[in-house]
Ligand binder design. Structure first.
Ligand SMILES: [Zn+2]
Length: 256
């Protein structure tokens, strides 16, 4: 899938993230970043509960192995959102959003005919950069949890920790990631779009029943990000389009 084709760009960005940490004397002790298959629920789980995939999120920091795992499935969705950002940023036509929704739902349900390479212009360097910066932001967000030694969502007795503290931790991880990505990109416009793509991907992946006990509302996270760079008018349009698109998607994605 696409992310593996972009490994060189992504690895270069991860090197830059590592340099950023060295420059700022941030102690980072993460063993590896993986794209683990185990992150996607097995087929039989999906058969029993087709919505199970939605509770898996995009990326997570796994404390006991000190590693970061990225969901390949979510990466596929991020690719679509990056593509949309690229189209809107360049004032290209994007009015096939219904088609995109159908593709997203097909990807979400793991249908065989939901490949990424149906999208045009996939070989644009700019699009690749937006996508890789979005992925880098997500990785960085998880690194932020590691850097600040945030505890997991649950305590030793498996009780959910204080939601207000957990939400504050999420904003702290977002801020860490935004600072890092802006710096390593030298304020590149593609990086800003990448950050927005990563933030907006949450709209597609959230599970309202559980997410808001541990994570702030997407709008709150977007406001937090606004501190790190100005949103241009086109970015604002992109945000609104993706918000509408995600609502449409959420209304249709579940198997009832
Ligand atoms: Zn987080």
């Amino acid at each position: 899938m696409r992310i593996f084709e972009l490994t060189n760009i992504l690895n270069a960005m991860i090197d830059e993230i590592s340099n950023y940490c060295n420059r700022h004397e941030i102690v980072l002790n993460v063993n590896e970043v993986t794209f683990g298959d185990d992150y996607i629920p097995f087929e039989w789980i999906l058969r029993d509960n087709p919505n199970a995939r939605r509770s898996e999120g995009i990326a997570k920091y796994i404390r006991n192995t000190n590693s970061i795992s990225i969901s390949p499935l979510s990466s596929q969705m991020i690719w679509y959102i990056a593509w949309l950002a690229y189209r809107i940023k360049n004032n290209y036509d994007y009015d096939n959003s219904e088609y995109i929704i159908q593709q997203l739902i097909a990807v979400d349900k793991g249908e065989n005919n939901a490949p990424l390479n149906l999208l045009p212009n996939w070989d644009s360097n700019e699009l690749n950069d937006i996508f890789c910066y979005a992925m880098s932001f997500l990785i960085c967000h998880e690194l932020g949890h590691a850097v600040y030694h945030h505890p997991g969502y649950y305590d030793e007795e498996l009780n959910l920790r204080d939601p207000e503290m957990l939400k504050a931790n999420e904003l702290e991880a977002d801020s860490f990631a935004a600072n890092c990505i802006i710096e390593i990109s030298n304020n590149d416009e593609s990086a800003k779009y990448g950050i927005l793509v990563a933030q907006l991907a949450i709209l597609f992946i959230r599970n309202e029943n559980v997410t808001y006990n541990t994570h702030p509302e997407p709008a709150t996270r977007l406001e937090n990000i606004r501190q790190y760079f100005d949103f241009t008018d086109i970015m604002q349009i992109f945000i609104e389009i993706v918000q509408d698109l995600s609502q449409n998607y959420l209304d249709n994605r579940f198997v009832h």
